[in-house]
Ligand binder design. Structure first.
Ligand SMILES: O=C(O)C(=O)C[C@]1(C(=O)O)C=C[C@@H](O)C=C1
Length: 411
């Protein structure tokens, strides 16, 4: 069972004045009768308006060179300060001890708040992530495990969350990602947990039933699927490899364009791309990143049935971090086998105004017909309201496990 409440995480505090510039009225906004005359008038005004003088190419490039010099000096200065921050944290054992996801989230939220264009929030967040990633890697790059091989959407999620100045460890299963982080061979792991088209990835949720790992972050990735092949034409394709989730995300497209091709499920999209590189009549459904890694080209794409197809990933680590100011807490609640049990365990949050974003039930592995509920709630375990709600919950539930409190995904 999955339910999403209409309540969302706290709204970002972007300054309203800066962001709500009224759009200029155009001829399209006017009543039909007056539209033609208005169109003519607009065209006449445009024709008569003096064209703003654009400086010549050499002048523009000199300006850009000056700005680049300035940006570079500032990045170097920032890196020196970040290095000093690292030293101020004391003599720590490894890169993971310097990493502060809550601080990174605050830095990025400020970037979004300040942004007045022309680059969009996502682009600016990506640039600043890379700067922080490089600053942290001065101590030592973080080691991040993910569901490999190279070229998977999980790898893209790793870069989106940690930047490129990390050491990525492609692993063969979600279970192995958990194991490597538990064993300390990876600092963090990134695992898919739900897709907007396909729903929950049960194998990830089930890992939390037994694992001691904590969730330290979430990443939302717009997932675009492509048909990749080394040959050139859709009509030549006789076999398509992909992960079952990706087949499901492209069901309507496949029915329309490749109804007769054999569909072969494999363990990951990158594995599909690896297999498709061996023959002209084979193709893979995967992200374009896999095309570059495996020497394929996109024959068609994006081909996912829903344009807003998004996968949410969780970052798992060994510790809990401090609040960032806009956090989510994930809990695993084992309920008592009695009437009204679910209602009872949710009431401590509802009465304190803590919003529930998600609830999902899974067999608890503790006995027949025993259920565990995975619940996401707005807030952090170190905040008073959440602490009080959890204290009350301990009395009502059979068992409660805090899986983590972490910053809500940014851009
Ligand atoms: O502020 C810190 O604690 C830092 O180490 C600096 C910094 C940054 O570059 O801004 C780098 C890495 C941390 O994960 C968070 C932020």
């Amino acid at each position: 069972m999955t339910t999403k409440s209409s309540k969302t995480a706290p709204a970002k505090t972007k300054s309203a004045a800066a962001k709500t510039k009224p759009a200029a009225k155009t001829a399209a906004d006017k009543p039909a009768g007056k539209k033609k005359a208005a169109d003519k008038l607009e065209a006449a005004v445009e024709a008569a308006a003096p064209v703003a003088a654009v400086p010549d190419l050499a002048t523009l490039r000199t300006r850009i060179d000056g700005i680049d010099r300035h940006i570079q000096q500032l990045i170097a200065e920032r890196a020196q300060f970040a290095n000093q921050v690292g030293k101020a944290k004391g003599k720590l054992a490894a890169a993971v001890d310097y990493y502060r996801p809550e601080r990174e989230a605050q830095v990025l939220r400020r970037v979004v708040d300040r942004n007045d264009g022309p680059l969009n929030d996502e682009v600016l967040v990506r640039l600043f992530r890379e700067i922080m990633s490089a600053c942290l890697a001065q101590q030592e790059p973080l080691k991040i495990g993910f569901l490999g091989p190279e070229g998977t959407h999980s790898q893209q999620a790793v870069y989106k969350h940690f930047g490129h100045s990390i050491h990525g460890l492609p692993l063969s299963s979600i279970e192995e990602v958990f194991q490597e982080v538990e064993a300390g061979n990876a600092d963090f792991g990134v695992v898919p947990v739900e897709n907007s088209t396909q729903g929950t990835i049960q194998s990830t949720l089930d890992m939390f039933l037994t694992s001691k790992l904590k969730i330290s972050g979430e990443v939302e990735l717009r997932v675009h699927q492509h048909l990749l092949s080394r040959g050139g034409r859709i009509e030549d394709i006789e076999r398509v490899y992909s992960h079952p989730q990706s087949f499901a995300q492209c069901k309507a497209w496949l029915r329309q364009y490749l109804p007769k091709a054999e569909k072969i499920p494999v363990s990951s999209n990158a594995e599909a791309a690896r297999r498709a590189r061996n023959a002209d009549d084979a193709a893979a459904i995967a992200g374009v990143a896999a095309a570059n890694v495996y020497g394929l080209r996109s024959v068609a794409g994006p081909i996912e049935d829903r344009p807003d197809n998004t996968t949410r990933f969780l970052v798992v680590g060994r510790e809990l971090f401090s609040p960032s100011g806009n956090d989510r807490t994930s809990l695993l609640i084992f309920i008592k086998d009695q009437p009204g049990a679910l209602y009872n365990v949710l009431s401590p949050f509802a009465k304190r105004g803590l919003s529930m974003n998600r609830i999902e039930s899974r067999p608890g592995h503790t006995g027949r017909w025993q259920y565990a509920f995975f619940v996401d709630i707005g807030g952090h375990v170190q905040e008073d309201a959440m602490r009080e709600a959890l204290e009350e919950l301990q009395e009502l539930a059979h068992e409660v496990k805090v899986l983590g409190s972490y910053p809500v995904a940014i851009a």
